[in-house]
Design a protein around this ligand. Structure first.
Ligand SMILES: Nc1ncnc2c1ncn2[C@@H]1O[C@H](COP(=O)(O)OP(=O)(O)OP(=O)(O)O)[C@@H](O)[C@H]1O
Length: 241
């Protein structure tokens, strides 16, 4: 039941932000978590009726010591070429750098490795599993922790690498992804991260959920604010002068 809704929201995002073109070769960043598993299935379905013909592969970065055979099998079943890349990200973040706030270094290393490998495999696009809740959380985190109004974009062109990053799940709520993951029994790989669920992001997620109960519509309005580009430069000195 939810799959059709998800597919239609993904289709809308792909159209609104012009994410896919004819002959694209798209690498799905497949972590084995619910979001990227859903993304892989959605893009596979979308491929069957998309007006633009495109190629799909999956890349999984192994941070060190994770058994991803379940993802190998899934991709074989879906007939999507699968590439597992061994990395030492876990060792760098936790043993060498001994990071107190490991998430941002880990995310940077993963992003770099994913983009480099996608490039090497001849892809011109990388698809990531970020969804609507991720966007709202990132939007608030950038204000609370960095003092700036910022968020990742649905589509980012990386000039230096000749690569475009797309986020087709950007209109989809996390609860819908959870429903579909359960309904279709996607083979979720246990997240090996020692900081999992114990992060600033988790705190912000809980705060947003609390606020949404106290002030109904909070989440919807925050997402609306993110889409309201006219109001993003609130106190723009050049405009006000
Ligand atoms: N180890 C990895 N290998 C390949 N792609 C990854 C990996 N880790 C993250 N990604 C990609 O980056 C996206 C955002 O990463 P993040 O760590 O925020 O994951 P997440 O929100 O927990 O999503 P998921 O449920 O897919 O793990 C993922 O949805 C996925 O597309």
């Amino acid at each position: 039941m939810y799959m059709q809704k998800l597919l239609s929201k993904a289709r809308q995002a792909i159209k609104d932000f012009d994410m896919i073109q004819e002959n694209d070769k798209i690498a799905v960043g497949l972590s084995g978590g619910k979001d990227s598993l859903t993304l892989l299935h959605i893009l596979k379905r979308y491929q069957s009726f998309s007006p633009e013909k495109f190629e799909l592969i999956a890349i999984t970065l192994n941070p060190g010591g994770v058994d991803n055979s379940i993802l190998h099998n899934l991709c074989k079943k879906l007939e999507i070429p699968f590439y597992e890349i061994q990395t030492n990200i876990k060792e760098i973040v936790f043993d060498i750098r001994k990071e107190k706030n490991p998430c941002s270094l880990c995310a940077n290393l993963r992003r770099g490795a994913l983009n480099d490998n996608a490039n090497k495999l001849g892809c011109n696009k990388v698809a990531l599993g970020h969804h609507k809740d991720d966007a709202i959380e990132t939007f608030l985190m950038s204000m609370f922790y960095e003092g700036r109004v910022n968020c990742f974009s649905p589509k980012t062109i990386m000039d230096k690498q000749d690569l475009t990053i797309i986020r087709p799940l950007i209109y989809i709520d996390e609860y819908m992804i959870k429903k579909v993951t359960k309904e279709f029994n996607y083979p979720v790989v246990q997240n090996p991260c020692p900081a999992n669920e114990n992060t600033k992001r988790q705190e912000i997620k809980e705060l947003i959920s609390k606020l949404n109960k106290e002030i109904p519509g909070t989440k919807k309005n925050l997402f609306g604010a993110l889409n309201n580009s006219e109001k993003l430069f609130i106190w723009d000195k050049e405009k006000i002068k």
